[in-house]
Every structure is written in structure tokens, then in C-alpha cells.
Ligand binder design. Structure first.
Ligand code: AMP
Length: 699
């Protein structure tokens, strides 16, 4: 038998002895007070009388995340290293901050916040664009031992009010405007004021960072509004600063609301001790980012968990450089922006969502920007890895970028799909780029990573005991598709409860499998070698003639067609089979125009791909083609549910019926484009469709 790969050995050690494993990792961060032990398991009894397992990390320990992210590096003599590179293509602004400068900004702002009444344990809501001040705010709040709740800047007043009511913040930190793609500045004043009006809970203070692109006028002091820069200036004149306040390991560092495609958003709580240890481990072990000289570019938003972990906390815990990018993959100004950033900042590690790469593929189908401009002049040679997460990466996109990386980036560069969630705080699965013997990552020693299998999100990461079970919670055999669940405890970065709502924590995650497993809500499988494939949200599994198919797998088959840039599959009701898969497809740019009904040849080619790769039983009930009609959340997740409702309504002849649109939607227009396409499709095909459904109903 071949010797076990180091990633497998490290994983086994973490599951067999969590105490020993994480105690060792805890030595890599600074504790104001050493924890008594790594891990403690107990029971919690809910008001309803239900008792369930509870666990906590590093009990007895006291820690300051900001101290670990900032002060520690300055004390270690790395104050001159660059902590943050800010790049804002639409405003044309760029700024850099060394760790020393970051410390000055953060300790001053923390002083300001203390004067404004923020104390340890308070919640402060952040509603900010992607500017350095947003990072100063997160770190300053954490410095006081307070808890931040970052809400994606640009969310509607209703969505913001909901989160305000749930988190009851003492203050809001915001800016006068955000820059949304190339659309020009979006004023935040109206959004915040409307949210404050809607919310039954009113924070006392609103601290506003004034941006020159669009100012917040007037700043109404009587309403608790404050000019951020003025407060900081006054504090600097007075030499006002705040020292880092340590908190208990189990105290909250932040609350993050899940993207919530249905229902009220859930407030995931991140605890200070487990987060610092687990994230510091993951950035080194999985991402191969060790410290000075490593430059991480995470093209996400601080409003999402990926942004919290890999724009802000993890690169700073490691003492590396993080690139903060206020732009989009396309349109700011074009599909070459990401590659420009890699060249300009000598990025070693990039992280984005597959949806961003699909957007780039639509605009630059031949990868001219990557290859002919940046690649050929060697501008991308520093890049060692491209991490993808947020939704499923189809093998075609992984393979395409893997080839590009091999030709133009650092030797051995890899595309790494990794799977995780707001709840987990760091990847649950992936391929570790740095696994060194003895779990000592300080040497930066690189081990040859495990083989990548495109379509799989790698293997379970240390501390996450991932299993696949049926609807009764019984474990399935390797290779069988089912519900993906996790054993208790989760790794230290993961949540242990929801903000002030233990009942909901139990109901949402534990109840389904009687407290035995944590339900991830995802469906997929684990193969013989332990590679995990996440195929879809469990809700997106469709039942075709008693066979369960994941929409993700069918989408994957469809997108192997060279002309198709993107696909979203939903179930269309069918009297005979229950559901039939139905696809919405977007062709690559050079294919025009887009009638809703694709031509016969394309239809046949796509059917063939589905038949070959999935099976005849998954044959599509229809295809609609179009552009700009696949609705997404702002974090890039396809809102299949909205498309499914449109299709279901159409089969009942209710083309204009309202559909439920979550507040997290990126572009409402997409829903109307999709509606128009569905109408057009049913106008052309409707009769046949209804006939088919009726005929089957009679059978
Ligand atoms: P969020 O909490 O908003 O980060 O969303 C988490 C969800 O995104 C997961 O439960 C998955 O459904 C999906 N997701 C994240 N990463 C991946 C991935 N690499 N492959 C498939 N789905 C993913």
C-alpha cells in the first residue's frame, strides 16, 4: 500500500485527538491568558426541554484578535511590511498601509469608538464599501472587545433594518457612498436613514466616513451622526489611543448573517479563540500563505464570510499582505482587471468565486487578456494558487484555469476548489498547499499537495468530520449521493451557536438528525479516496421518476458544451416523472442574438451531453437561452428557486404572478428578463408542453 499522504495523516490526527492537535496550533497565536485546554464538550438544555451537545474551544483563554493581527507583527519587527494594498479602479485611487500605519489607524479609531460609548461586548454594525476604513473599523471594534456585524454595503434599507433589529448595535459605522461596479457612487445616507426609520431598535450613533465622490450632507449631529475623519483627526491631535482589550475565547468576535435565500437571515457567531487559532492554521496549511512576502488577493466583499476570513483576518494573522479591491471582475474597466491586480501587486495567492470566472469567460472567451497580454509578458508568474469557493466549480472552469496557470504562473500553481459556509468560517474541504511534517508550518516547508480532481472540492480539512447520510441520518456508502453532515465538534473556526438564539441553532442544524449530526444543507458525495463533491444545496435536488439528481451535476454536464458560458437547472413539474430538469443557459459573448428557444442543433447537442454524462433519465424537459436572466445573490449564488417559481407558475399559465425575491439579490432586473424569456418560451413551445403534461397525466 502506498504511504499515506501528509494531508491524510494530518486530518486523521485532528479527528483522533482534537485536544492535542489544536493545543499545538494554539501555540502559534498570542494569548493574553493561556487556555486551560483546547476543547470542552458539554450539554445545553433548551427552553423547550431538548438537550443537545455543545462544545467550546480554548476555555479559560483570553485573546485579542486585533493584537494578533496587528500589534504582534509590529512588536516582532515587521512594522514596515505592507499590510493592506487598496485598489479602486473606478475612483482611480490606490493606497497602501504598512503594519505600523495600520496599528496607528486602528488604535486611534478604537480610542474614538471608546469615547463614543462603545464597550467590550457591545455590537457595532458596519455598512461600508470596500475601502481601508472598513478594515480599520473591524479591527478597532475587535480591539475594544466589542463585536462587529458587517452588513454588505448596498443592501436595501429593509435588509439592513432586519439585521439592525436582530443584532441591536450600539453604533453604526458607514460611509457617505459605495462604488458599485461602473455605475457611479451610490449614496448611503438615504439607505441608512430609511433603515433606521424602519428598525424598531435605534443605534445611538452613526459614524460616517466621508468620501469625495459623494458626501453625506448634512451630518446631523442631533441624530447621533458623526464625521468619522473629524473624530479621528481630533483623536490624533490629542494622542488618543486604545490598547487591545482581550476577551474570553468563547466571546463573540463578530456576527455574520447568512446569505438567506429563504427566510430570516441567521446570525452566525464567531468566537474569538477558535477563530484566531483555526484561521491562522488554515491560511498556512491550506492556502500556503505564511507571512511577509506573501500577497493574498481575495476578490470578494467584506460583507461575506470569505471577505471576513481571507481579505481581513487570515492574511493579517499571518503577517502577509492583503489586497483590498473595490471593483468587479468585469466592467471596471474590463475583464482584465484581476490579472492587472496580480501583476501590479505581485499576488501569490488569489481567491474568488467561480461566478466571477464565468463573467470573465463571457467577456473574454479566448482568454486573450490572461494569455496574450499579462501571461506573455510574465506578469502572472508570482501566482501560486487560485482558490475557488462560494458555489460549485464545474470541471470545465477548473481545467481551463489549471491550464492557464500551468502556462503563465508559478511552477506547480494550482486551482483549488474549496467548500465552506458562513457557519464554518474556513474551508471544510480543500487541497492543502502546505502540509509539513510535524504540523509545523513556520518553516514554510512545502509538501507536494494531493492530486486535484476537477469537480471535487478536495478532502475534509482538519477538525471537520464530514459524512454523507440518507434522510434518516444513516451513513451512505462511498460514492453515493446524500445529505452532507458533520460530526461534533466542528473545527475551531466554526460557529457553536447563533446570536442569542440557541433554539434556532438547534432547529436549523441539529434537529433534522436528532442531534447526532450538524446539517450543512448541502448535498453531494464522498468518493473512495475521501474526495468530497458538493453537488447542490439539498433544496436544489430534483426528483425525476424517483431518481434524485442534483441540479449542479446537470449544469456541469451542460457547461461542457463549448458555446455555453453558464447554466442554471431547475425542476419543471411533470405529471409522469414528478419533475423534469429544465435549463436556463447563457451562451458566450460572440453568439447573438438569443431567442428564448435554442436551435435544434444546440438542443440536441446539450441533450446528448446530459445523456452521456448523467443518463437518459435526466434528459432535459426544455432549454431557455438568454442573457442576463440568471438571478444571483450578491455573493454570487444562483437563485434557482426564483427560476423554479417562474417556470412552475408558467406551467399553470400564471406568467405574471409575483415571485418571492430575497433581499440579497444582486440584480432584480434579471428576474424580469427571465420572466420575459419564460413567456416567450411558452408562447412558442407552450402548447406542446401543456399537451405533453396532459397526455402524461392521463397515462
Ligand atoms: P455562505 O454561507 O453564504 O458562504 O454559503 C455557503 C454555501 O455555499 C454552502 O453551503 C454551499 O452550498 C455553497 N458553497 C460554498 N463553497 C462551495 C464549493 N466549493 N462548492 C459547492 N458549493 C459551495
Amino acid at each position: 500500500m502506498a504511504p499515506m499522504h501528509i494531508q491524510d495523516r494530518v486530518y486523521d490526527a485532528s479527528i483522533a485527538d482534537p485536544e492535542g492537535f489544536w493545543n499545538h496550533q494554539a501555540e502559534s497565536v498570542f494569548w493574553h491568558r493561556e487556555p486551560m485546554r483546547a476543547f470542552q464538550k458539554g450539554k445545553k438544555t433548551l427552553k423547550s426541554g431538548v438537550t443537545h451537545d455543545h462544545w467550546s474551544w480554548f476555555p479559560g483563554g483570553e485573546i485579542s484578535t486585533t493584537y494578533n493581527c496587528v500589534d504582534r507583527h509590529v512588536k516582532d519587527g515587521n512594522g514596515e511590511n505592507v499590510a493592506i494594498c487598496w485598489d479602486s479602479p473606478v475612483t482611480g485611487l490606490k493606497e497602501q498601509y504598512t503594519y505600523q500605519q495600520l496599528l496607528e489607524e486602528v488604535e486611534t479609531l478604537a480610542g474614538v469608538l471608546r469615547e463614543e460609548g462603545v464597550k467590550k461586548g457591545d455590537v457595532v454594525l458596519i455598512y461600508m464599501p470596500m475601502i481601508p476604513a472598513a478594515l480599520f473599523a473591524m479591527l478597532a471594534i475587535a480591539r475594544l472587545g466589542a463585536i462587529h456585524a458587517v452588513v454588505f454595503g448596498g443592501f436595501s434599507p429593509a435588509a439592513l433594518a432586519q439585521r439592525m433589529e436582530a443584532s441591536r448595535p450600539r453604533a453604526i459605522m458607514t460611509a457617505s457612498c459605495g462604488i458599485e461596479g461602473n455605475k457611479g457612487p451610490m449614496g448611503y445616507k438615504r439607505l441608512i436613514e430609511e433603515a433606521l426609520q424602519k428598525s424598531s431598535f435605534k443605534p445611538e450613533k452613526t459614524i460616517v466616513w466621508q468620501r469625495e465622490q459623494l458626501r453625506w450632507e448634512p451630518v446631523m449631529k442631533e441624530n447621533g451622526q458623526r464625521n468619522w475623519q473629524r473624530l479621528v483627526k481630533s483623536a490624533k491631535n490629542r494622542g488618543l489611543k486604545a490598547e487591545a482589550v482581550p476577551v474570553g475565547s468563547d466571546d463573540g468576535l463578530y456576527i455574520i448573517y447568512t446569505s438567506g435565500t429563504t427566510g430570516l437571515p441567521k446570525g452566525v457567531v464567531r468566537t474569538a479563540g477558535g477563530h484566531a487559532v483555526g484561521l491562522n492554521f488554515s491560511i498556512k496549511y491550506l492556502f500556503g500563505v505564511h507571512g511577509p512576502g506573501d500577497v493574498m488577493f481575495t476578490a470578494s466583499d467584506i460583507g461575506w464570510v470569505v471577505g471576513h476570513s481571507y481579505i481581513v483576518y487570515a492574511p493579517l494573522l499571518a503577517g502577509a499582505t492583503t489586497v483590498l479591491f473595490e471593483g468587479k471582475p468585469v466592467g471596471t474597466p474590463d475583464a482584465s482587471t484581476f490579472w492587472r491586480i496580480i501583476e501590479e501587486y505581485k499576488v501569490t495567492t488569489m481567491f474568488t468565486a467561480p461566478t466571477a470566472l464565468r463573467a470573465i469567460r463571457r467577456e473574454d472567451g479566448d482568454n486573450d487578456y490572461f494569455e496574450k497580454i499579462y501571461g506573455e509578458r510574465g506578469g502572472l508568474r508570482t501566482l501560486r494558487a487560485l482558490f475557488l469557493a462560494g458555489e460549485r466549480s464545474e470541471p470545465s472552469i477548473v481545467q481551463m484555469y489549471q491550464k492557464l496557470l500551468e502556462r503563465h504562473c508559478a511552477g506547480g500553481a494550482l486551482v483549488v476548489d474549496n467548500w465552506w459556509s458562513s457557519e464554518s468560517g474556513s474551508p471544510i474541504s480543500g487541497i492543502a498547499l502546505s502540509a509539513a511534517a510535524g504540523q509545523d508550518f513556520s518553516s514554510g516547508h512545502r509538501h507536494k499537495p494531493l492530486l486535484i480532481k476537477p469537480g471535487s472540492a478536495g478532502k475534509a480539512m482538519p477538525g471537520f468530520d464530514v459524512r454523507v447520510v440518507d434522510d434518516e441520518g444513516k451513513e451512505l456508502k462511498r460514492g453515493e449521493m446524500g445529505n452532507i453532515v458533520m460530526g461534533i465538534p466542528l473545527a475551531p473556526t466554526a460557529f457553536t451557536t447563533l446570536w442569542e438564539d440557541e433554539e434556532r441553532f438547534y432547529r436549523s442544524y441539529l434537529k433534522r438528525f436528532n442531534g447526532k449530526w450538524i446539517d450543512t444543507g448541502d448535498a453531494g458525495m464522498i468518493d473512495e479516496e475521501g474526495y468530497i463533491s458538493i453537488m447542490s444545496r439539498a433544496d436544489d435536488v430534483i426528483n425525476v421518476a424517483a431518481h434524485r439528481f442534483s441540479t449542479g451535476a446537470i449544469e456541469q454536464a451542460i457547461t461542457t458544451h463549448p458555446d455555453i458560458a453558464e447554466a442554471a437547472v431547475v425542476g419543471i413539474p411533470d405529471a409522469l416523472k414528478g419533475h423534469l430538469p429544465f435549463a436556463f443557459i447563457t451562451l458566450s459573448m460572440h453568439h447573438h442574438p438569443h431567442p428564448a428557444v435554442p436551435n435544434d442543433m444546440l438542443f440536441k447537442e446539450v441533450q446528448k451531453l446530459v445523456r452521456e454524462q448523467i443518463g437518459a433519465i435526466a434528459s432535459l424537459g426544455g432549454i431557455i437561452q438568454g442573457k442576463g436572466m440568471i438571478p444571483k445573490t450578491r455573493s454570487g449564488k444562483t437563485l434557482r428557486r426564483v427560476l423554479r417559481e417562474l417556470i412552475e407558475n408558467a406551467t399553470h399559465g400564471e406568467m405574471d404572478k409575483e415571485v418571492v425575491i430575497p433581499s440579497t439579490i444582486e440584480d432584480r432586473e434579471a428576474v424580469e428578463v427571465a420572466r420575459a424569456k419564460v413567456k416567450e418560451y411558452f408562447r412558442v413551445k407552450g402548447k406542446d408542453l401543456h399537451k405533453a403534461i396532459e397526455v402524461r397525466a392521463k397515462l
